[in-house]
Design a protein around this ligand. Structure first.
Ligand code: FES
Length: 107
């Protein structure tokens, strides 16, 4: 993803904003990413991706999602229709597993 692409589409929270939040606040747990403009507190689609970004930060890597914003948004539409995340899209984003499927909780 490009830094200006949105990770939380419900609240229009970009990858750049999440990276900045992680860098400046260094939250100890992924649930605190929700303090970044409410990320993850809407439909729940982005929760495993936010957890992944938090884990990347904790590991000292630059948080990123290896998926196009178009595919990411299309997969979210499918999530809304079925209540389940497309495992291929999750994997393609670089997220190893989807611990929240079909999760709707906060990150
Ligand atoms: S896309 Fe983040 S809560 Fe809906």
């Amino acid at each position: 993803m490009h830094p200006d692409d949105q990770v939380c589409l419900c609240f229009r929270v970009t990858l750049r904003k999440i990276r900045t939040y992680l860098r400046t606040e260094d939250p100890p747990v992924a649930t605190l990413v929700s303090e970044c403009l409410g990320a993850g507190t809407g439909c729940g689609w982005c929760v495993p991706f936010l957890k992944h970004l938090h884990a990347e930060h904790q590991a000292g890597r630059t948080p990123d999602l290896k998926i196009s914003p178009q595919r990411y948004a299309e997969a979210r539409t499918g999530f809304h229709a079925s209540g389940e995340r497309d495992p291929d899209a999750v994997r393609d984003a670089g997220v190893e597993s989807d611990p929240e499927s079909p999760g709707t909780d906060t990150p």
